[in-house]
Design a protein around this ligand. Structure first.
Ligand code: TGC
Ligand code: FAD
Length: 401
């Protein structure tokens, strides 16, 4: 036991993890074990290959199974439904360690756990849960989440994707855009509107006539994550595939709350990787006969980075505690997602400067994180949409209506 009451086991990796405020003391042994396990997996399976896959703009599909094995799909969902049975802080920490590796790898897990398993768990019938969740949890099935459309991104309420009833089936028409994992997905949770304007979630299985998911090419961001469209042309789906327990936009938005929460933690991982690389580089790189870490301007960058990372860690931890008590509000989640992703992007830019010219190369992870974070700043609600959600909360006035 140390003088300040902490144990050796939870302090031993303080510097490795850049825990400037002893945030680890707020975590349980289970949290630390989950973090160490995911971190080891990322070091072994992701770090050695990620630059190459990003450069090729190819998704390392073989990692879908590995992600399942480390419990990255739905860590806080019940085990009987394919989840990890852990708490919300463990879920957050797992996302952090995955995003330390790459935002695209974290995305693979976020979509599967929070945007596919979660809606089926929360809004699905018992039959749907039994049929899909264990296979999604084990990585046997890959899922995707179709909300965004070509003409409706920030305003999903205007969606045009429609369903009409036809006996014991519905017929879906429309298209979804920017859908993570859609080209490789075995099933999609698609959100669609009927002629009366009622929004429902529908499970559409790959191979259903009228369903296709072409890949979107040309991304300079999140290149190791596969993104596509979903095209629905008179796609006939059994009514039994409709998620029965929710109607309206609060269905998909509840899933987004779950995923945004994970991103608030995940972004810290990307920031930590940039900070770690910058700190090491600055101590090794000699200019004017000194390590550049000795220059005040470099120290300013590093000090500001670790200050902002520490604030983000505390925000995420507090949000996790609220989530564990079922009290994390959508507006609180928006604040953390917005703050932490922006913080990570600023850290990536500062780290890039500290690395000088080397910072633009693939010898360091900085540019990859920076480019990835441009997507993370936009998806799951843009930086400005989250600002307006916070604005609505504090003023009581709705900028969207
Ligand atoms: P609004 O009238 O405010 O709300 C409609 C209903 O939804 C409820 N609600 C929420 N419920 C749970 N969680 C939330 N975060 C919620 N936000 C709102 C609300 O209480 C209401 O319920 P009820 O019972 O009264 O009907 O809706 P609005 O149309 O005015 O829209 C508000 C706005 C702009 C904030 C919302 O549309 C929004 O968040 N837009 C951003 C869209 C977005 O985030 N898209 C993400 C697509 S998925 C994605 O990016 C995945 S990336 C995956 C990866 O690779 O990691
Ligand atoms: P727009 O909504 O057109 O916004 C453009 C700009 O206008 C933004 O700066 C925005 O902040 C601003 N703006 C819009 N409305 C307002 C307003 N009221 N006030 C002020 N400013 C405003 N979606 C899914 O459904 N599933 C997925 O799996 C998924 N994965 C994605 C993966 C990637 C790589 C990317 C890039 C996106 C993904 N998305 C996914 C879509 C993502 O959620 C949207 O891109 C995002 O919600 C923004 O929508 P948009 O791109 O249409 O931008």
């Amino acid at each position: 036991m140390h003088q300040n009451g902490t144990t050796t086991s939870n302090r031993v990796d303080k510097f490795q993890y850049h825990d400037h405020y002893n945030v680890d003391d707020l975590l349980s042994e289970d949290h630390l074990l989950a973090r160490a396990a995911v971190r080891d997996w990322v070091k072994k399976e992701v770090t050695p290959i990620i630059e190459e896959y990003s450069e090729k703009a190819e998704c390392p599909k073989h990692l879908f199974k590995g992600l399942a094995e480390i419990g990255a799909y739905g860590p806080s969902l019940p085990m009987e439904y394919g989840g990890g049975g852990m708490d919300e802080i463990a879920y957050g920490i797992i996302m952090q360690e995955l995003e330390r590796g790459d935002s695209g790898i974290r995305s693979m897990a976020s979509v599967q756990g929070s945007l596919v398993m979660y809606p089926i768990y929360r809004f699905g019938s018992e039959e749907q849960k039994r049929k899909y969740l264990p296979k999604l949890g084990s990585g046997e099935y890959i899922g995707c989440f179709g909300l965004t459309e070509p003409d409706h991104g920030s305003n999903p309420s205007g969606m045009l994707t429609s369903y009409v009833e036809d006996g014991d089936h519905i017929i879906l028409n429309g298209s979804k855009m920017w859908i993570t994992n859609s080209p490789v997905a075995d099933l999609a949770v698609v959100w669609a509107k009927n002629p009366e304007g009622k929004i429902k979630g529908v499970i559409v299985e790959k191979g259903t006539p009228g369903f296709s998911a072409p890949e979107i090419h040309g991304k300079w961001s999140l290149r190791a994550s596969i993104t596509g469209e979903i095209v629905l042309e008179d796609c006939r789906v059994p009514k039994a595939n409709i998620l029965p327990e929710v109607a309206g936009l609060k269905g998909p938005l509840s899933c987004l709350s779950k995923a945004r929460y994970g991103i608030a933690w995940g972004a810290i991982g990307a920031a930590l990787d940039c900070y770690d690389s910058a700190l090491r580089y600055s101590k090794e790189r000699i200019q004017f006969d000194k390590p550049i870490a000795q220059f005040q301007l470099t120290q300013k960058k590093l000090a500001e980075m670790i200050t902002e990372i520490t604030k983000a860690q505390l925000l995420a931890w507090r949000l996790g505690s609220l989530a564990n008590d079922g009290k994390a509000s959508p507006a609180q989640i928006s604040m953390a997602k917005r703050n932490n992703v922006h913080m990570a992007l600023v850290c990536a830019r500062e780290a890039r400067q500290i690395h000088g010219g080397m910072g633009i190369t693939n010898e360091y992870p900085i540019m990859r994180h920076m480019m990835n974070l441009e997507t993370v700043l936009t998806y799951e609600g843009t930086h400005d949409i989250h600002l307006l959600i916070t604005g609505m909360e504090v003023t009581g006035l709705n900028a969207f209506k």
